[in-house]
Write a protein that binds this ligand. Structure first.
Ligand SMILES: [Zn+2]
Length: 391
């Protein structure tokens, strides 16, 4: 059976990723980018001995001109020889990703911004605004508690004139078991006053107040945005047991008719729960980014599992790559491969026509993101690009 659905010429919209770093990385710096742990590998071991490490050696080594399964030392010395800029360009340009939706709120000073990312990857790049970071910027700029709600709304409107959506890290800061109701204005004002008092007495401006975060989420709902939520697997900062998307069920009921779309990010190991929510709620979409890279040779099975309950028009592609260009490369390659293999299996087992498999590949690869993010209404998408991609 053909696997031409994995053809890199089919465009992909990476609806959730971060910027790449083009620095010349040494071994330690590189290893910290290929794990979600913030710890070095124990003495005498390496983060390369993992699914993602093997996938880098198998799939990325040839892009840099080496044999598959080059040793980590040979790989990294070749990478340094080419330089971080050139290695990143090669890896990014071979992904076939045509549009990157870049969340800029995490360690933004270490990575390329959307414009530079578009240049490096020879693709289009759009911004996704992190809601919590925007609030932190506002209070660091000296916003008073009484002005916060209005000023936040104005700032969000301004950013959404070019950004294509927002993201919340409520999972990290308060867990997803938050009260889903819109908070009262007075309640929010009191919470902001107390946050500002903490900052004035020396606390970092790290927003972790549930009332304020709920206020930000409802500001996004009121603007009928695409709202991304971190779900499931992430770094050691997250309490994974408070990250199942089922905890958002009541919030999803309350927002069903709002016009907002809810994008559940990564989801692993709760991707089956996410698939259920995507089926029952008309405004819910999801992806298994991040997990694809970190499960490497096992990612086929996880991608196939996303095709169980979820309607095909609700599944999105993301790499959730941050920093290392290898992660965008693998995110795209493993995703194309896993989706093609799953559809081939359905074809062989149940006779799904190849033309229908091709249609589903395009939906999940980019058409769903195009529709769900309403890219036809984004003014920064040039009309000719719109026509080319929407035809
Ligand atoms: Zn992310």
């Amino acid at each position: 059976m053909s696997t031409d659905q994995s053809d890199a010429s089919i465009p992909l919209f990476d609806h959730h990723c971060h910027g790449v770093t083009t620095a010349d990385l040494d071994r330690d710096e590189f290893e910290t980018l290929i794990t979600e742990s913030d710890w070095d590998a124990p003495e005498g071991t390496t983060h390369f001995d993992s699914q993602v490490g093997f996938a880098i050696r198998q799939h990325c080594a040839p892009v840099l001109g080496l044999e598959p399964f080059a040793t980590p030392d040979d790989y990294l010395s070749r990478r340094r020889q080419l330089g971080g800029v050139e290695a990143s360009r090669r890896l990014l340009r071979a992904t076939g990703i045509s549009h990157y939706f870049i969340e800029t709120g995490h360690r933004g000073d270490e990575i390329l911004d959307p414009d530079d990312m578009a240049d490096a990857a020879d693709a289009r790049a759009f911004e996704i605004v992190r809601l919590e970071r925007l609030a932190e910027e506002l209070v660091l700029d000296g916003c008073a508690a009484a002005d916060f709600r209005e000023a936040y709304g104005r700032l969000l409107d301004d950013r959404l004139s070019t950004a294509v959506g927002v993201k919340s890290i409520a999972a990290y800061r308060i867990g997803l078991d938050f009260n889903p109701e819109r908070p009262l204005a007075a309640e929010t004002d009191r919470a902001v006053a107390s946050w500002l008092a903490d900052i004035a007495s020396g606390a970092p401006a790290r927003l972790a107040d549930p009332v304020i975060i709920r206020n930000l989420l409802w500001a996004a709902v009121d603007r009928a945005c695409a709202i991304q939520f971190h779900i499931g697997y992430g770094d050691a900062d997250v309490d994974l047991y408070r990250c199942t998307p089922l905890l958002l069920t009541e919030f999803l009921r309350l927002t069903r008719d709002s016009g907002a779309r809810v994008m559940l990010l990564h989801c692993y190991p709760f991707h089956r729960e996410a698939g259920y929510l995507a089926q029952v709620f008309p405004h819910v979409y999801f992806d298994v980014g991040l997990a694809i890279n970190y499960t490497g040779s096992r990612s086929d099975e996880i991608i196939a599992e996303t095709l169980e309950l979820a309607p095909f028009h609700k599944i999105l592609f993301s790499s959730d790559a941050f920093g290392a260009a290898e992660l965008y490369h693998l995110g795209a390659l493993l995703f194309r491969r896993g989706l093609a293999r799953a559809l081939d299996t359905f074809s062989q087992r149940d006779g799904w026509p190849q033309s229908e498999c091709a249609r589903i590949t395009e939906m999940i690869g980019w058409r769903n993101a195009w529709r769900a993010y309403r890219l036809d209404t984004v003014t920064s998408v040039k009309p000719e690009a719109r026509d080319a991609v929407a035809s």
